[in-house]
Design a protein around this ligand. Structure first.
Ligand SMILES: NC(=O)c1ccc[n+]([C@@H]2O[C@H](COP(=O)([O-])OP(=O)(O)OC[C@H]3O[C@@H](n4cnc5c(N)ncnc54)[C@H](O)[C@@H]3O)[C@@H](O)[C@H]2O)c1
Length: 339
C-alpha cells in the first residue's frame, strides 16, 4: 500500500513510518513541522533502511493536499497531525478546533476529490470524559471535558456521518489512551519542539536534571492514592495496532472505533515509582492543584481491540521507560549538539 501519513514527523507518526516502511509499504509524510524536527526523516530512514517521501505542508491547505494525493497515488490515510494537549486546549480552544477539526475536513475533502476511501484517525480515550465505568468500553457515552477532547469527538462524528451516507468509505478511529516510550533503537522518541507536557518525557527531563521536579497535578482525585489514573501503552504497540487496522480496511466498510490501551490503570505516583525503579534513580516531585479539564481515571476496556486486531501481548511499563531513557540519553549525547 501507499500511505499518506499526516503528522508523520511527530512522536507516534515517526514510529508508524518506520513500521510501515519495514513492512514494505510506501510512505508519504505530510507535516508542517510545527511540533517536530525535519531531521526525524533521516532517522526514520536510518532505522527502516528506506526513506519516506516528505512534504512540508499544513493539512488545512486542501489544494496542496489534493496535489500530493494525486501525484503520489496514495491509497490510504493515517491522520496523526494535530494539536494534542488537554491543558493547553483550555487556553487555545479556537486553535485546537481550527487545526484538529479544520485539518480533518480539509483532509476529507482532498480524499474525496482524489478517491481515497481508507482512513485511520488518531482519536483519544479522553473523549469519554468522566466515565461512569472503568475500564471504559467503546460504547460508553462520549462526554469531552475540554476543547482538545471535544475536537476529537467532533472529528469522529464527521467521519461517522460521511460513512453513514457513503458505503465506499472504510474508517477506523483508534482511541489511544496514553502512548509513551520510544523506538528500541533509541533513534526516535517523544521529542516535541513546543510544549513538553506528557508525563513520560517530563519524567525523563527530571531524571537527567533538566527539570527540578515532576509536577503532580491533583492529589485529591477519587482514586486510591488521590492522583490521576491513566492507561500507559508503548508507542510501538500503538503503531503495530495501526498496521493491523490498515490491513483490515480493504475488507471493511463504514466507521468503527477501537480503544488502544493496555487496560491497566496506573496512578501518577505509581508511575513515578515505576520510573525510579526502572532508571535506578530518585525523581523529585512537586504537588500542584488539578488542571482544568482533567478527569480522575481513564483506563481502556481492550476486549474489542484485542479481538479485532489480534494483539494479545503488550509491552511492559518497564520497557516504556527503558526505551524512553535510551532515546533521552542518546539525544543528550549525540543529537543535542546537532540541534
Ligand atoms: N501522544 C498522546 O498522548 C496521544 C494520545 C491520544 C491521541 N493522540 C493523538 O495522536 C496524534 C499524534 O500525537 P503525537 O503524540 O504524535 O503528537 P505530535 O505533536 O508529536 O505529532 C503531531 C505532528 O503533527 C504535526 N502537525 C501539527 N499540526 C499540523 C498541521 N496543521 N499540518 C500538518 N502537520 C501538523 C506536528 O508538527 C507533529 O509532527 C495527535 O492527533 C494526538 O491528538 C496522542
Amino acid at each position: 500500500m501507499k500511505i499518506l501519513l499526516t503528522g508523520g514527523c511527530g512522536f507516534i507518526g515517526s514510529h508508524q513510518a518506520v513500521v510501515l516502511l519495514e513492512a514494505g509499504h510506501d510512505v508519504v509524510i505530510v507535516d508542517d513541522l510545527s511540533n517536530a524536527r525535519a531531521t526525524v526523516v533521516d532517522r526514520i530512514a536510518e532505522i527502516a533502511g528506506r526513506r519516506p517521501q516528505f512534504v512540508g505542508l499544513d493539512v488545512r491547505d486542501t489544494k496542496a493536499l489534493v496535489e500530493v494525493m494525486a501525484t503520489t497515488g496514495c491509497d490510504s490515510i493515517i491522520h496523526f497531525a494535530g494539536l494534542k494537549h488537554v491543558a493547553e486546549s483550555m487556553e487555545r480552544a479556537v486553535d485546537y478546533l481550527d487545526v484538529n477539526v479544520g485539518g480533518m475536513t480539509s483532509l476529507l475533502r482532498a480524499a474525496d476529490v482524489t478517491g481515497i476511501r481508507r482512513f485511520i484517525f488518531s482519536s483519544s480515550g479522553s473523549i469519554y470524559g468522566p466515565a461512569s465505568t472503568t475500564p471504559i468500553p467503546e460504547d460508553a457515552p462520549i462526554q469531552p471535558t475540554n476543547p482538545y477532547s471535544r475536537s476529537k469527538a467532533v472529528c469522529e462524528e464527521i467521519l461517522s456521518a460521511v460513512c453513514a451516507v457513503d458505503p465506499t468509505w472504510a474508517v477506523m478511529s483508534l482511541r489511544y489512551f496514553n502512548p509513551a516510550g520510544a523506538h528500541p533503537s533509541g533513534l526516535i522518541g517523544e521529542d516535541p519542539t513546543n510544549l513538553i507536557s506528557n508525563i513520560v518525557p517530563v519524567l525523563m527531563e527530571a531524571a537527567v536534571g533538566e527539570m527540578e521536579a515532576v509536577p503532580i497535578y491533583g492529589t485529591d482525585f477519587d482514586t486510591p492514592d488521590g492522583t490521576a489514573v491513566r492507561d500507559y501503552i508503548h508507542v510501538m504497540d500503538v503503531v503495530e495496532a495501526h498496521s493491523t487496522a490498515l490491513d483490515l480496511l480493504p475488507g471493511t466498510t463504514g466507521f468503527e472505533a477501537l480503544n488502544i490501551g493496555r487496560g491497566q490503570g496506573i496512578s501518577v505516583r505509581q508511575l513515578v515509582a515505576a520510573a525510579e525503579n526502572a532508571l535506578g534513580s530518585s525523581i523529585p516531585v512537586v504537588e500542584r492543584p488539578r488542571r482544568p479539564g482533567d478527569v480522575a481515571a481513564l483506563v481502556a476496556a481492550t476486549d474489542r481491540a484485542r479481538e479485532r486486531l489480534g494483539q494479545t501481548d503488550y509491552r511492559a511499563v518497564d520497557t516504556i521507560f527503558s526505551d524512553a531513557w535510551r532515546f533521552r540519553v542518546g539525544r543528550s549525547s549525540v543529537w543535542a549538539r546537532r540541534w
